[in-house]
Every structure is written in structure tokens, then in C-alpha cells.
Design a protein around this ligand. Sequence first.
Ligand code: FMN
Length: 184
Amino acid sequence: MRILVTYASKYGATGGIAERIARTLDAAGHATTVRPVQDGDDLGGYDAYVIGSAVYLGKWLSGARKVVRGNAAALAGKPVWLFSSGPLDVAAAEAAKRKQLAEAAPKQIAELADEITPRGHRVFSGALDAARLKRLDRMVRVLPGGKALLPDGDFRDWSDIDDWAMEIALELDEQPAKAFPNNR
Ligand SMILES: Cc1cc2nc3c(=O)[nH]c(=O)nc-3n(C[C@H](O)[C@H](O)[C@H](O)COP(=O)(O)O)c2cc1C
């Protein structure tokens, strides 16, 4: 199958997750393209999609929201998986994993899910390199007294990401059998 893995990322952590998912799907035999979302993106021409965004202040980045909304009609008929890259510790991501979509996800996920009915949504722990933050993000991260609200470090859980990508690959392998139930 032709799969597009596309993502919105400010500092690259989400891009790294997307690349890793694409690598697993590729190794599972799918022709996988991975690329950042762009304004006015036309997502046509693929059989399945994995779309992700970093989470800032409880929201997906606007580029990712726009690309889903702008392609809602095309995506609605295709298998789509969404992921968010956010919590900056593994415990928070574990908690997010156990909760159901509506509770754990950034709030727009439920709205996007209404439009495109994704097969699933996962929250992965992310990464933050304090030295690279732009001024506004640095200000949000640190309280006036100097206390950091968000920890510095790479909390991405590669085995969790690989497992999820394998689940997607397995589900896609089942597609023809579902479409043609009389095939033996
Ligand atoms: C200013 C700022 C605000 C953030 N807000 C959230 C948030 O509300 N929820 C969350 O889960 N993570 C939040 N994060 C963590 C980022 O989502 C995480 O670092 C992510 O992996 C960054 O991905 P990127 O490098 O692709 O942009 C925030 C990070 C920064 C710097």
C-alpha cells in the first residue's frame, strides 16, 4: 500500500517520531512517504495515512489541523491514524495511553475525529531542547521566578512508537481479507 506519514513539528521531535513510524511501515513492505505538512497540502494519492502533530498549550499545531480539515473528504474514506507528540515524561504518556481518546487527546482531536473517523489516535511522549526554544516558547516554559514548567530532555519511547506502527501495518495487512470476505 502507498502510505503517507505527515506531521507538524516546531523543533523536530515530532518529525523524528514520524520518520520512525515510516521506517517500520516501510520495513513491513509498504511504499511509505514521510513529509512535514504544508499549507494547501493535497493529500490525495495514498491508500492510508498517519498524521501527527506536536502539542503546544493543549493544541495541535495549526498546520496539522488545517491539513486534516482541508482534506477531510479524501481522508474520510481511507484508513487514517493520528498521533500527538506532547507530554514530557513517560509517566504522563503512559497515563494518556490508558485513557480513552476524548480525555487524553488535545481537544481538537475529537472534532477532527468527527470529520474523518480515524482508526486510532495515540499520544506519545515528546522531547524538548531548552537551548533551542524560540523566545515565546522559552517564556511559556519558565515561570517569572525561573522555575521550569516543562522538563528538558528526550522522552520519546521508541519501542512504544514501533509497537504502534506495527499495529498499523498488521491492520493494513488485514484490509484485503476484510474487503473480500469470501477470499480464502
Ligand atoms: C511552550 C511549550 C508548550 C508546550 N505545551 C504542551 C502541552 O500543552 N501539552 C503537551 O503534552 N506538551 C506540551 N509541550 C511539549 C511539546 O509538545 C513537546 O516538546 C513536543 O515533543 C515538541 O515537538 P516538536 O519538537 O515536534 O515541536 C510544550 C512545549 C513547549 C516548549
